[in-house]
Write a protein that binds this ligand. Structure first.
Ligand SMILES: [Zn+2]
Length: 287
């Protein structure tokens, strides 16, 4: 399980720097989206927590970031369902919290990532709650859950909620899921307000486009074609309502470029990076 460096982390850093400074939260639930998206955001956030740079965290070049990327940072702890079990045992929760009570080994902060947090069960959540009520100042708690509502209200109320893919989902059933996710994240970004809202929108868009890395050229062409069709539909609708359609024109161009690259056998990771950059640029310019 490796965090992806390069374009993704550089853009994510905009938001994560302020997130991990402790001003926004010491605990967050990352919900919605796909498991891969939630993992990506938790990897980037925990890297930011252990990053040694003064700003622009995660910098992805310091010793802390490099260890986080390799999955070997001693200050990033993981709590997950053990093999052969169906829930996270209460004793494992206690063990992790005991370990966190120790001072950071080498990073300014430590991170505890709880995978499938809904499988903590009520006893496990109550043990965690006692710590969340009086959290150690140098620990970032990240709870990954498909739906944050599966967690106790008492736990939720002590966490910031980073909901991926939360934007309104329009578009017909003929739209492939990944195209729908990218479109939904793009809409969220162009409708976002303020520095923090915009940074959150970027995070969501990056998580949505990130999944393209694992696809074949033909699949990318299918998704980008679906995006183009949807953009044309949006542009027609905007015209009818007398609204500004430039943001969707920008997305249409970005999707057209992705199709061209996929047709010339450029690798998926590169196309995903280009598409992300082009979409963020279009959203920034026209929102
Ligand atoms: Zn760093």
């Amino acid at each position: 399980m490796k965090a992806k460096g390069g374009a993704i982390s550089a853009a994510l850093a905009v938001r994560l720097d302020s997130a991990v400074s402790g001003r926004f939260f010491h605990a967050a639930i990352i919900s919605g989206g796909s498991e891969a998206q939630r993992e990506l955001v938790s990897e980037a956030l925990s890297a930011a927590a252990v990053c040694l740079a003064q700003s622009g965290r995660p910098c992805m070049s310091c010793a802390g970031c490099r260890k986080a990327e390799e999955g070997i940072h001693p200050d990033i702890l993981h709590l997950r369902v053990p093999d052969g079990k169906s829930t996270i045992p209460v004793n494992s929760v206690r063990d992790s919290l005991r370990e966190l009570a120790l001072k950071p080994g080498e990073a300014p902060r430590r991170a505890l990532v709880i995978h499938s947090a809904e499988l903590l069960g009520v006893p496990g959540q109550n043990v965690l709650l006692a710590t969340l009520e009086e959290p150690p100042g140098d620990v970032l708690f990240l709870l990954l859950a498909e739906n944050e509502r599966a967690l106790l209200e008492t736990v939720r109320s002590r966490c910031a909620i980073l909901r991926l893919g939360a934007a309104e989902q329009k578009g017909g059933d003929e739209l492939p899921n990944q195209a729908r996710e990218i479109l939904s994240a793009y809409r969220a970004l162009i409708n976002s307000r303020g520095t923090r809202g915009r940074a959150e929108g970027r995070c969501e868009l990056l998580a949505a486009v990130y999944r393209l890395n694992k696809l074949k050229g033909s699949q990318i062409i299918e998704i980008a074609s679906a995006l183009r069709r949807e953009c044309v539909r949006e542009m027609v609708e905007a015209e009818r309502l007398g609204r500004d359609a430039r943001a969707f024109a920008g997305m249409e161009r970005a999707a057209a470029e992705a199709i061209e690259l996929a047709g010339s056998n450029v690798n998926a990771g590169h196309i995903g990076g280009r598409l992300t950059a082009a979409l963020i640029e279009a959203a920034d310019r026209f929102s």
